[in-house]
Ligand binder design. Sequence first.
Ligand code: GGG
Length: 347
Amino acid sequence: MLIALLPGDGIGPEVIAETVRVLDAAGCGLVFETAPVGGAAYKSTGHPLPPATLELARQADAILFGAVGDPDCDALERHLRPEQAILGLRKELSLFSNLRPAKLFPELADASALRPEVARQIDMVIVRELNGDVYFGEKGMRKTKDGLREGYDIMSYNESEVARIAHSGFKTAQARRGKLCSVDKANVLETSQLWRDVVIEVSSAYPDVELSHMYVDNCAMQLVRNPGQFDVIVTGNLFGDILSDQASMCVGSIGMLPSASLDAAGKGLYEPIHGSAPDIAGQGKANPLATILSAAMMLRYSLDRPEPADRIEAAVSKALAGGARSFDLGGTMSTAAMGEAVIAALT
Ligand code: GGG
C-alpha cells in the first residue's frame, strides 16, 4: 500500500515523523513516498501544490498530511499561499466529506476547557463539507461607490453538494447512535435555507436516524453547555471548521483531534485538524497524537486494516493513562517522547 506523505510546514514534519514511526512499529508494512506541499513547496518549486505532489496524491492508496501555513508567505497573492494546497487537494480529489471525531480520552478530563463531568459526556463526530461554501465561491477586492476598499467571498452551495454531504452525515449517524444534528444559519442565510430543505429531503431515505436542526450560534453555545447531546453534526465548510476547533478544546487540546477527508469511493486524505503552529515549530513541543490518530483512521477507512487501527488507538489511550503529556496537555514531553510512549504501549 502506497501512502503519499505530505508533511508541509511548521510542526507538520515533526508530527508526521512520529506517526510514521508508530505505523512502522505497528508492523503496518506501508510504503511511504514524500512530497512537498504548502509553504515548503512554494519555496522549493514556486507553487504550494506542485503538479508532482498532486499526481502522487492521486496515485497513492491514501494521503497522510501534516499541516500548511507559513508566516513567510503572508504577503503572497492568495493563489500562492500555503493554505491553497490543502484546499486544492480537497477540490481536485473530490474529498468532500470531512469526518472529525471528538471523544474525550477519560485521562484528559482535567485538560478539557469544560468541567470534567461535562467533558466526559463528549463522544461525537462532526461531518464537515469540504468542497463548497465561502472557501470556493467567487472572491475579490473592489471599491465601493464611495471609494472604500471592499472584500467579498461568495457563500454558495448547490443542492447536489448539500445532498451528498447530508448522505455522509446520515450514514455516519446510522453507524453510531442514530442521531444527526444539521447545523446552519437558516434564519439569515439563503445557502442555509437550501441546506435545511435538502437535508430534510434526504432524511426520507434514513427513517432510522433522528434528525434535528440547530443554528450555528446556538450550536457553539450548546457545545460547551451540553455537548453530550450530540452524536453526529453535519454542517458546511466554514461552520465545521470553527465548531471542530471549539470541540477540540472540549476534549483537551486541538492537538488531539484527527480527521479523515473522503471522496465518494472511500479514498482519503488524513490530517490533524490543527495547523502548522509556527510559534512552536522546530522546538519538539508539538503533540503528535492527532496525526497518529488520523493514521489510525486511514488504516480503518481507506486501507481496510481495522486491526492495527484498533491497536494504535489503544496504544494512544494506554500512553495517556501512563501519564504521557505534551505541552498542550499541561506536560513537558517532547514530540518524539510522545511518539515513543505510543510505540512502547503497542501490544
Ligand atoms: N492540518 C490542517 C491544516 O493544515 N490546516 C491549515 C488550513 O489552512 N486549513 C484550512 C481548512 O482546514 O479549511
